[in-house]
Design a protein around this ligand. Structure first.
Ligand code: FES
Ligand code: FES
Length: 166
């Protein structure tokens, strides 16, 4: 029996980082909130909740998506990758993560998950970007700390690491 006034919940099966998460959410639940609060994957950060800052960017079927602009109920058939899923199978850092470490691409780290996912997808499309292309790759993400120089360097370094250059 449903309780009058209670919000209806939906059973949703989310495929995240190779695992299945069965969650019960209201239809209005943002995917960003479902990942953080229902799946416990707090690596995805929420800044503006308006699609502006990019902190909440995840990969949906390999494409970068603002998880604050998507409803959890609309993600049932998708393969989702969050920042927690970027590490290599053996637990080592991915080229983009390693590059951020090498080039000091983060300070407070709040924006970093969104940059890491965005750049991972960007390098899949363009594995050998020019500096200008690296800047374009990150143009949709906001960082309040770094001045972006080291993030651009990180993109170029990640491209080197991805090619196997040490
Ligand atoms: S929290 Fe989603 S774009 Fe800012
Ligand atoms: S490292 Fe602090 S907001 Fe980007």
């Amino acid at each position: 029996m449903s309780i009058p006034g209670a919000e209806q919940l939906h059973d949703v099966r989310l495929h995240v980082n190779g695992s299945v998460h069965e969650v019960q959410v209201p239809a209005r639940r943002l995917l960003s909130d479902a990942l953080r609060h229902d799946c416990g994957l707090t690596g995805t950060h929420v800044g503006c909740e308006h699609g502006v800052c990019g902190a909440c960017t995840i990969l949906v079927d390999g494409r970068p998506v603002r998880s604050c602009l998507m409803l959890a109920v609309s993600a049932v058939d998708a393969e989702i990758t969050t920042v927690e899923g970027l590490t290599e199978d053996d637990g080592s850092l991915s080229p983009v993560q390693q590059a951020f470490s090498d080039c000091h691409g983060l300070q407070c780290g709040f924006c970093t998950p969104g940059f890491l996912t965005t750049i991972t997808a960007g390098l899949a499309d363009n594995p050998d970007p020019s500096e200008e292309e690296a800047r374009e790759m990150i143009a949709g993400n906001l960082c309040r700390c770094t001045g972006y120089q080291n993030i651009v360097k990180s993109v170029l370094r990640a491209a080197e690491l991805g090619k196997g250059d040490e």
